[in-house]
Design a binder for this molecule. Sequence first.
Ligand SMILES: NC(=O)c1ccc[n+]([C@@H]2O[C@H](COP(=O)([O-])OP(=O)(O)OC[C@H]3O[C@@H](n4cnc5c(N)ncnc54)[C@H](OP(=O)(O)O)[C@@H]3O)[C@@H](O)[C@H]2O)c1
Length: 235
Amino acid sequence: MELAGKTAVITGGSDGIGYHICLKLAAAGCNIAALGRDAARLSAVAEAATAAGAPKAAGLACDMRARHEIETTTSQILADFDAVDIVINNAGIWHKTGPLDTIDPQMLEDTVATNLTGAMQLTRAFLPGLRNRPDAAILNVVSKSGVLAQAGQSVYTATKYGMRGFTDVLKEDEADSGVRVAGLYQSGTNTGMFAKAGEDVPNHIFTEPDDLADVVVFMLSRPAKLWMHEVRVEL
Ligand SMILES: NC(=O)c1ccc[n+]([C@@H]2O[C@H](COP(=O)([O-])OP(=O)(O)OC[C@H]3O[C@@H](n4cnc5c(N)ncnc54)[C@H](OP(=O)(O)O)[C@@H]3O)[C@@H](O)[C@H]2O)c1
């Protein structure tokens, strides 16, 4: 896909991996709509994306747990940017590890709503428009936890296995529509995700988010006849 001039929506674009994806896609000439909840971080990513080369960039507040916010924000993006070519489902949270009964029930709901339900609702809202584009893609930043069961991460892993199933079926459903679908299954990445959950995870062997964003740009920028629908990044 030729990236210059395309419009990309990146959930969780205000921090971590999503932030770096915004900057790399901006440098490739994409318009950027970055989603998150923190107003200051959203302004910062819009400003940085413009400086990196995005013809147009905006940071939009949208809580991925709230269906009405997703509906309002997706409508606003379609009005402001005319059309969307690339959807990157990346927003996600992680919970402290432990047996299921130690995971806070609100955290359980938030993890499912943010990592899985919200991504499906947002994709659902953009899908009809994507089908009308000459070149369109949905790329889901999932996790190694979408293919591997690790102790203590039952809820997080459930959302990531769910995202893998969603990705695989979407790919089949859209096979004739021209909308290409991909999943990225990466291991530990050096962001604040674990600290936000109150866990101090050793990160010296972790992938850098900037390097992972290069992988995303590489996947998206392949020619139509060479689509990388599933990529695993791990040591
Ligand atoms: N870091 C890793 O080791 C790792 C490994 C494998 C997979 N992943 C996956 O990669 C993705 C990105 O993770 P990351 O490491 O970049 O995490 P991060 O640095 O914590 O960033 C998470 C992003 O998601 C947004 N977000 C969280 N909850 C949200 C909500 N309710 N509504 C809207 N936005 C929300 C955050 O924005 P605000 O908080 O400002 O709203 C932020 O922009 C996630 O899906 C994660 O599961 C990460």
